[in-house]
Design a protein around this ligand. Structure first.
Ligand code: ATP
Length: 231
């Protein structure tokens, strides 16, 4: 399997006055297409920081993050964010007064999608995640939390990136809806060969992933199913 995203000797820290708080210490890890990963770890261990580095919202203090072997700095952070990664947030981050459809087509415009009929493609992807044509024309504010998260996943799908990162995507959802969203993310990895990386506090989601990475005290421990590798 070929590596899609790689952290190479990545260190990251925050400075609080004169004190340095280490978040990642020389982390080496690779992520492949077709795999559903979860990142777990205690509150404050640096999971969100890790995702920020994986999605080029921030840069490592030392080391590099590579996409298909190329440093994100060389690709350009904005280009990477627009073309190669889709981010799903706990709070959905949709434009509340727009319809579900407009949210998706607007993102397609911003990220320079080359689909000829954006509206048709957006409707297809919304349907793919369980949003009907009728719901697609409702303002997102009138949709339930689970439906809004589906819209945000459809938005990620329409942008056509191979890498999907999600920060607590089920954090605001009830158990049944959360399970449906997890299944959707799993399908994206297994059927559409996306590389899906999800930060979660939920052990039951971690158990359903193909590989779990545990972040603790600056180190990342990877657990592929039935196998433990410490790096
Ligand atoms: N911009 C910042 N400036 C200084 N310190 C920060 C900043 N962002 C995060 N931190 C600190 O870095 C540590 C890791 O934060 P991060 O949000 O990545 O952890 P997390 O594992 O996602 O936490 P949680 O599970 O509670 O969301 C925390 O101690 C936090 O206080």
């Amino acid at each position: 399997m070929s590596t899609l995203l790689e952290f190479r000797n990545v260190s990251y820290w925050y400075k609080h006055e004169n004190k340095q708080q280490d978040i990642l210490r020389q982390v080496n890890v690779s992520f492949e297409r077709g795999i559903f990963y979860t990142i777990v770890g205690p509150s404050g261990s640096g999971k969100t920081t890790f995702l920020a580095l994986a999605s080029a919202l921030d840069l490592p203090k030392e080391g590099s993050v590579l996409y298909k072997g190329k440093d994100l700095k060389k690709i350009g952070l904005t280009t990477f964010r627009n073309k190669y990664v889709s981010i799903v947030f706990q709070a959905y981050n949709l434009l509340p007064y727009m319809t579900a459809l407009q949210n998706v087509t607007t993102a397609m415009e911003i990220t320079g999608s080359n689909h000829k009929n954006k509206m048709q493609y957006a409707l297809k992807m919304l349907e793919r995640v369980g949003i009907s044509a009728e719901q697609a024309r409702q303002r997102v504010l009138t949709l339930s939390g689970g439906q809004q998260q589906r819209v945000s996943i459809a938005r990620a799908l329409c942008c056509n990136a191979d890498l999907i990162v999600a920060d607590e995507p089920t954090g605001n959802l009830d158990e049944t809806t959360a399970q449906e969203i997890v299944q959707l993310l799993q399908e994206l990895a297994h059927h559409e060969r996306k590389c899906v990386i999800v930060v979660t506090h939920d052990q039951s989601i971690a158990k359903q992933s193909d590989t779990t990475a545990k972040l603790s005290k600056g180190n990342l421990t990877i657990t592929p199913k039935n196998n433990l590798i410490t790096i």
